[in-house]
Design a protein around this ligand. Structure first.
Ligand code: ZN
Ligand code: ZN
Length: 348
């Protein structure tokens, strides 16, 4: 086995460099993973563009990681060599802040973000605490499982925690990396699923993914259209536009919720009356805990849900990242390493 491995580092903000790194043994509580696939996520830009303070460089991005364990720390009992595992953005939590003491690890005040604060999966090898890993069910292919660890869990959690009953009307705004998964989850959860896209090209795809109805927000007022359908009990807002989200609030049913998971550069603007009358609410939802990631994988396998992906070799990380950032990806870019070629288990 080679004593070095290839990794893509963000050397300093904006600069990607392919490097050879020395292989190191996993430390206390850690496992070492031979990475097979790693998804490219918009949140990677937090590292690439130094969007949060106190980041240190060089740093390897990537928080949708799937691979096989090839070494474990001497005290690790929960994971073993040969196991296929995944790592999402929850790379660590302190266990001592108020959120953690309440078991709400995703909101840890000192959360350690994989691929942003510690090295992630744009590499042939990564080392991570065993508790931050999930196990990958045999029926899930590595390249398809990778995006479920961020895009998947984010949409799945937002929907399953929204207090919706079977048959409730849910609109998924935006048919992109998050939205194309949101449509599938909503449909398989027994919800009346309305996809909101821009233009009529997406209608066929939205319906293939499971949408019962399609609204072209370029051709009609999506909020008004939702009202004619009876109003939305929830709207999962994924497209990066505060303005577009604002226009949907009038499409909510009584006690309906706008669930915001997409980050937009502009604010949501709302008339107070639009919240008061009808008791509407706007709430945010973020990724999930490690256990949420595990349950996302399990549900995705159970209901045959998966992302549409564009695989690319690890060496083309910069190209994949740029493609994602310019919204050209259909719908998730996934980097595949030499370990991943021909070594993934196949579904269906
Ligand atoms: Zn992500
Ligand atoms: Zn904490």
């Amino acid at each position: 086995m080679s004593a070095t491995y290839k990794a893509i580092e963000v050397t300093k903000p904006g600069v990607f460099t392919e490097v050879d790194r020395p292989l190191r043994e996993p430390g206390f509580n850690e496992v070492r993973i031979r990475v097979e696939a790693c998804g490219v996520c918009h949140t990677d830009s937090m590292l690439v563009n130094a969007e949060i303070p106190n980041l240190t460089y060089p740093r390897v991005p990537g928080h949708e990681v799937i691979g096989r364990i090839d070494a474990v720390g001497s005290n690790v009992t929960t994971r073993s060599v040969g196991q296929r595992v995944g790592v999402g953005i929850s790379g660590g939590w302190d266990g001592t802040c108020l959120a953690c003491l309440r078991g709400d690890f995703v909101n840890c005040a000192n959360a350690v973000l994989t691929g942003i604060m510690i090295d992630g999966g744009y590499a042939e090898v990564m080392t991570i605490e065993a508790r931050a890993t999930v196990t990958i069910p045999d029926g899930l292919e590595s390249v398809k499982a990778a995006p479920l660890l961020c895009a998947g869990v984010t949409t799945y959690n937002a929907l399953r925690n929204a207090g919706l009953r079977a048959g409730a009307l849910v609109a998924i705004q935006g048919i992109g990396g998050l939205g194309h998964l949101g449509i599938q989850y909503a449909r398989r959860m027994g919800l009346r699923t309305v996809a909101i896209g821009l233009g009529n090209e997406s209608e066929k795809l939205a319906k293939e993914l499971g949408a019962h109805e399609y609204i072209d927000s370029g051709a009609e007022d999506a909020g008004a259209k939702l009202r004619t359908l009876g109003g939305a009990d929830a709207i999962l807002a994924t497209a990066p536009s505060g303005k577009a989200m604002s226009g949907l609030i009038n499409g909510l049913a009584v006690r309906g919720k706008l669930l915001v998971i997409g980050l937009a550069p502009d604010p949501i603007q709302v008339n107070t009356g639009s919240l008061v009358f009808g008791m509407h609410s706007i709430s945010g939802s973020t990724t999930g805990s490690v256990q949420d990631e595990q349950e996302t994988l399990d549900f995705s396998l159970l209901e045959n849900i998966g992302p549409m992906i564009e695989p690319m070799p690890l060496s083309k990380a910069r190209e994949a990242y740029d493609r994602m950032m310019t919204a050209k990806a259909r719908f998730r870019m996934v980097l595949v390493t030499a370990n991943g070629n021909g070594h993934t288990s196949h579904s269906k």
